[in-house]
Design a protein around this ligand. Structure first.
Ligand SMILES: Cc1cc2nc3c(=O)[nH]c(=O)nc-3n(C[C@H](O)[C@H](O)[C@H](O)COP(=O)(O)OP(=O)(O)OC[C@H]3O[C@@H](n4cnc5c(N)ncnc54)[C@H](O)[C@@H]3O)c2cc1C
Length: 273
């Protein structure tokens, strides 16, 4: 899907704000019910940033129902890459520990669910969803179209968007906010966030490089590089919530935390557990 699939703004049955995984999944579902709709996104085109890589069973079940099962199985990492996570000081440096993750292997949960978990970067899953969403005549797409406000009517909603041509207006029966954590649609609907708005802060650096020299003999679905500079020692961090739960088995996170703790405990790391 590209911005060239643009459609004229006009009266719409449903407007979906946001062409991320939520908005695109909803688009496919609406199309399958024969409901015409417009998807808008302020980006000029789909995001190419990898972001989410772990696709859980429930998401897999839904996407499989939408006909994406074969594509997901083709795109996920091969089994030998799925069965463990590794912790290293640096990409080329010594191994700190591994956590076996057999539950990620194909068929591991086949007694519970028809879907596996998958390890696929989000730029690829977003493209899969976008490709499928664009096959339905019920769906139209407008990129470079930013939601800026909405006014409730008795029979629907007046939506204001900003495009390269300035502000434009759409009348719709329904407006659905799929515009991510900082949702402008939610703000316009005056729906407050009931939990902490910011849980933590991260800096992500996305680069493309051939790293096989360091990774091909140490396959892993997830690779944590634990920086050991003094700065990090003074504020020790490790993957997962190691201090979560009472350790009495009442918290399903405990088991994972124990496995991580065991893996990491072998390393000369200053950990606050
Ligand atoms: C580094 C990183 C790693 C991650 N890893 C995982 C993981 O392993 N597993 C996992 O489940 N999740 C992971 N996530 C989270 C995952 O990326 C998000 O949960 C997911 O993208 C949310 O999908 P969404 O469709 O709800 O929102 P988004 O993907 O944020 O999409 C929202 C869309 O709305 C558009 N939009 C926003 N505001 C407006 C507006 N005013 N007008 C028009 N359009 C607008 C945006 O341009 C965007 O395209 C990760 C995120 C990051 C950053």
């Amino acid at each position: 899907m590209t911005p060239t699939t643009a459609t004229a703004l006009r009266d719409q049955e449903v407007v979906i704000c946001g062409a991320g995984p939520t908005g695109l999944t909803l688009s496919i579902l609406l199309s399958r019910f024969g409901i015409h709709h417009l998807v808008i996104d302020r980006r000029e085109t789909m995001s190419g940033v990898p972001r989410a890589r772990g696709i859980n069973h429930r998401t897999g079940e839904i996407w499989q129902l939408l006909g994406l099962g074969h594509a997901l199985r083709s795109a996920t990492l091969p089994p030998e890459w799925l069965e463990r996570m590794v912790y290293q000081e640096t990409l080329a440096g010594p191994l700190i520990g591994t956590v076996e993750t057999p539950g990620n292997l194909p068929g591991a949960s086949s007694h519970l669910t028809p879907s596996d978990t998958y390890c696929i970067s989000q730029d690829r899953t977003d493209a899969l969803l976008a490709g499928r969403a664009a096959t339905y005549r019920e769906a139209s797409f407008r990129f470079g179209t930013e939601f800026v406000g909405a006014r409730q009517r008795t029979d629907g909603v007046d939506i204001t968007v900003r495009t390269g041509a300035g502000e434009e207006h759409i009348r719709a029966a329904w407006l659905i906010g799929c515009d991510g954590t900082g949702s402008d649609v939610r703000a316009a609907a005056k729906i407050p966030q009931v939990r902490l708005a910011t849980l933590d802060s991260f800096v992500n650096a996305h680069f493309v490089a051939d790293l096989r020299r360091w990774t091909q003999n140490r396959p892993a679905g997830r690779r944590e590089l634990l920086a050991l500079s003094d700065q990090f020692r003074s504020r020790p961090r490790c993957p997962g919530q190691l201090d979560r739960g009472k350790g009495d088995g009442s918290n399903p996170e405990d088991d994972r935390s124990d496995r991580r703790r065991n893996a990491l405990g072998r390393a000369p790391l200053l950990l606050s557990v």
